[in-house]
Design a protein around this ligand. Structure first.
Ligand SMILES: Cc1cc2nc3c(=O)[nH]c(=O)nc-3n(C[C@H](O)[C@H](O)[C@H](O)COP(=O)(O)OP(=O)(O)OC[C@H]3O[C@@H](n4cnc5c(N)ncnc54)[C@H](O)[C@@H]3O)c2cc1C
Length: 452
């Protein structure tokens, strides 16, 4: 395994003891560099290895829908780990502190953990580092080219990170090693993870959503295979929300139930080539890894401070422009605007847990147009996306919203009221691109009295 995937968070002499892998972003047993690294370290030192998960019942604006999706997927992961003689322990509470206390109690020799640039995860890591005397190694299993390797600065846009990623793909887009079942047993029989008890800790606030996808690693693989066979050949039509040609992989990638590296390897070997494959790999690798680059190098990735200077200045200049229509976050949440396309997009997200990618841009830009200030628009868009999108609470979400409202990774466009130089999108433009009426009929008209 390429040692450049590993970043040492705490460099103290190793002691003899089991190796713990703290899984908090990449929830999968296969194709997982963090787990692979933990297993290799345990093999080298002749120690058992265990996966530790800690439920933090309050996480961003996650609802019970998200927690249940995660826990349902985890039950499959636990089963797959058991077949590899890897124990699994589920904890609840303040994650960094709980992991440190577990490591102490079990005399661990090393803690391996997932890379994640979001602030909440950095705090968890800080808690662990301050409470534990062991070496702690972080592994980037989310990105094909590790975010800490690809660039040591915030990249301007896709055009600037693309060549850096491409140069390193030869080195990092490699196969995962096949490892035998782990030969060293955990000293005692680990207890069955008590999923009902975990579920009882989750706030009972689930909106009623008919999710488009099933949870778990197996379902993620199945959706990938189905996409490669039947929808990838049509991927050039992905900006038409009436066509079902996108991959629908974002929830699996967000919860780490599918490895982006596995998806890229299988795309390369699926027998197709050309425009569709190139576009998909560009989204999956370049756009996605650009998001982690943005959050890694921008502490304030979810406030106006994270916008580029030209965008901040331009939005500031237009802060007092009259806003013909203003909606409160509650009106927006209920899809109660005068714009049928926006309402349909919001309804798609409310009902299915996913809004079409093209409309996510339109949706966020309209929130800018209809909010008293860019700061409030940003807050509302993040709140709604994190609460209702299955793939929300993700660096892709913070970056996509910052792109739409704050010009991140974009350039200045023709200046206009409210938006300043931020790229504008409107209803007439959407009508030129696709059949808006059909999309609105799909999400609003026939289901008006549906239960949500
Ligand atoms: C306002 C706004 C909010 C967004 N919120 C999220 C979010 O919360 N979570 C999320 O995963 N993505 C988000 N995106 C990015 C993108 O819209 C989604 O990744 C995409 O809609 C997911 O559907 P899919 O898997 O079918 O996409 P596909 O078109 O099949 O793309 C495959 C994968 O490539 C990646 N990808 C595609 N487009 C982008 C992009 N623009 N930026 C980064 N990665 C991309 C995703 O991982 C996606 O799953 C947001 C974009 C915008 C403009």
């Amino acid at each position: 395994m390429n040692p450049r995937r590993v970043h040492i968070l705490k460099d103290v002499p190793a002691t003899r003891g089991p190796v713990l892998y703290w899984m908090h972003r990449d929830f999968r047993a296969r194709d997982n560099w963090g787990l692979t690294y933990a297993r290799l370290q345990a093999l080298r030192t002749g120690q058992p290895v265990a996966v530790i998960f800690c439920l933090a019942p309050e996480f961003a604006d996650a609802t019970a829908v998200h927690f249940n999706f995660l826990l349902d997927g985890l039950t499959q992961t636990v089963h797959a780990l058991r077949q590899q003689n890897i124990s699994f322990f589920a904890l609840t509470g303040s994650p960094g502190l709980e992991i440190a206390s577990f490591a102490r109690k079990h005399g661990a020799g090393l803690v391996v953990t997932d890379f994640d640039p979001l602030r909440v995860k950095r705090r968890w890591h800080e808690d662990l580092l301050s409470a534990c005397e062991l070496p702690v190694h972080e592994v980037d299993s989310r990105n094909i080219v590790p975010a800490r390797v690809v660039s040591d600065r915030r990249e301007f846009m896709a055009r600037t990170i693309r060549p850096k990623i491409k140069r390193l793909l030869l080195e990092f887009l490699d196969e995962f090693p096949e490892l035998p079942a782990h030969p060293h047993d955990w000293p005692t029989a680990p207890p069955e993870p008590d999923f009902p008890v975990l579920r009882s800790k989750i706030r009972n606030d689930a909106p009623r959503q008919n999710l488009l996808v099933e949870p778990g690693e197996q379902a993620g693989q199945a959706v990938l295979h189905n996409f490669l066979k039947s929808r990838l050949p049509l991927y050039a039509k992905r900006n038409d929300p009436n066509q079902d040609v996108c991959s629908n992989l974002s929830a699996y990638l967000h919860f780490g139930m599918l490895s982006a590296q596995r998806a890229a390897l299988e795309t390369q070997s699926c027998g197709l080539a050309g425009e569709h494959v190139d576009s998909f790999l560009d989204e999956l690798i370049v756009r996605r890894e650009l998001s982690d680059n943005f959050c890694l190098h921008t502490q304030s990735y979810d406030t106006e401070d994270g916008f580029p200077a030209w965008a901040r200045e331009s939005l500031h200049k237009h802060r007092n422009d009259p806003r013909p229509v203003i909606y409160s976050p509650e009106e927006l949440e209920k899809a109660g605007t005068h714009d049928p396309l926006w309402n349909a997009a919001q309804t798609q997200m409310l009902r299915s847990g996913k809004m079409h990618g093209y409309l996510r841009m339109y949706w966020a830009k309209k929130i800018l147009e209809w909010s008293p200030s860019p700061a409030e628009a940003l807050r509302t868009a993040i709140l709604l996306n994190d609460r209702y999108s299955l793939d929300g609470r993700d660096s892709n979400g913070y970056t996509g919203i910052a792109w739409s409202i704050g010009g991140v990774h974009d350039r200045g466009w023709t200046e206009r009221p409210i938006f300043g130089k931020i790229r504008f999108m409107n209803y007439a433009g959407a009508r030129r691109k696709f059949d808006v009426d059909q999309y609105v009929r799909t999400w609003i008209a026939p289901q008006d009295d549906a239960s949500i």
